[in-house]
Design a binder for this molecule. Structure first.
Ligand SMILES: Nc1ncnc2c1ncn2[C@@H]1O[C@H](COP(=O)(O)OP(=O)(O)OP(=O)(O)O)[C@@H](O)[C@H]1O
Ligand SMILES: [Mg+2]
Length: 311
């Protein structure tokens, strides 16, 4: 069942086409991903479906009702985790959560109970009495997420909730997202981290320059670049000469250097090994190992746009 859908929505800021006519449907109970680089239009899309800004064009339908005409039908059942943290630094975690609980209409015992439950979910119980200004970036993020969960929303929208935080908080957040989803929450998750979206989302729309350029499950998206190979080569030494020699192979789409490995992406895999070996033999480096990896969403983006998802 479709919970929410965007129908040809657009938002322009003067001459910037932040969102330029996009369509998508989010099924009840799924984690839907919006993946795209900086400036793709993810936050603008999120703001429109959260009723924070109004589209210039198009409509957003939540359970058969237009949220442009009836925003209240959605607002009570929606939790939003904004990209920018909205907390009071001089208040404690507990006070911040209570503040947001009040905004959502919770009072007294119920408010207390929900703050405790949420603190448990986000794993921050032992720090609730500390002021936010003493928190790490990851802990602030977690409180930010907690604030969106207090009124037990049916739909949770998260805008890049793991940017700039430590790996431990990041993993905790990813696990929390999966857990909330397993308990029945529908989630819209935006990110420019392809690994996160691959890990979490049942369906993904890839955004770029205000448009959705591809949609599907992870496997469906990767299928669109069938035949593309990602080959990881390790060498005894990596020199400028070696890198240049490999870059000479004209049909290689991308060359990345990751520690002692060179990772290549190519669509034309037929003759690649022969060409690599021939080029490498012109240098004084030796291949130690070759590993063929499955392509990922990064390659899908590269294939569609000619650019890397992240530079
Ligand atoms: N209030 C605004 N006024 C003018 N331009 C805006 C405004 N909000 C967004 N934009 C522009 O619209 C485009 C899309 O921005 P948006 O914030 O939606 O992208 P994003 O995908 O969320 O990027 P990021 O990953 O950096 O958060 C950008 O070019 C941005 O500069
Ligand atoms: Mg954004």
């Amino acid at each position: 069942m479709t919970l929410i859908k965007a129908v040809n929505i657009k938002k322009y800021f003067k001459n910037i086409k932040a969102v330029d006519g996009i369509n998508f449907e989010v099924e009840k109970g799924e984690i839907f991903g919006l993946l795209g680089p900086n400036g793709a239009g993810k936050s603008t899309t999120i703001s429109m479906i959260s009723t924070l800004i109004r589209p210039d064009h198009g409509d957003i339908i939540f359970e058969d009702k237009s949220i442009l005409k009836e925003p209240k039908s959605l607002q009570k059942r929606l939790g939003i985790v904004p990209q920018d943290i909205a907390l009071y630094p001089t208040l404690t975690g507990n006070e911040n959560l209570r503040f947001w609980g009040n905004v959502y209409g919770l009072r007294g015992k119920e408010l207390k109970r929900r703050v405790e439950e949420v603190a448990e979910i986000i794993g921050i119980k032992d720090r609730l009495k500390d002021k936010i200004e003493k928190y790490s970036g990851g802990m602030k993020r977690r409180i930010n997420i907690g604030a969106a969960l207090l009124h037990e929303p049916q739909l949770l929208i998260m805008d890049e909730p793991t940017v700039g935080i430590d790996p431990q908080s990041r993993n905790h957040i990813l696990d929390t997202v999966l857990k909330l989803n397993r308990e029945g929450m529908t989630i819209i998750y935006t990110s420019h981290y392809m690994e996160e979206v691959e890990y979490l989302c049942s369906r993904i729309s890839i955004m770029d320059k205000g448009k959705i350029i591809a949609s599907g499950t992870k496997d469906e998206l990767i299928d669109t670049i069938k035949g593309s190979k990602r080959i990881s080569l390790s060498f005894d030494k990596i020199t400028e000469k070696l890198i240049n020699a490999i870059k000479m192979i004209s049909y290689i789409d991308k060359v990345e250097i990751i520690e002692k490995e060179i990772v290549l992406t190519t669509i034309n895999g037929e003759t690649i090994f022969k060409d690599i070996i021939s080029k490498v033999s012109e240098t004084d480096s030796n291949i130690i190992s070759i590993d063929v990896k499955n392509p990922n969403l990064e390659e899908v983006f590269l294939h569609l746009t000619g650019r890397a998802l992240r530079d």
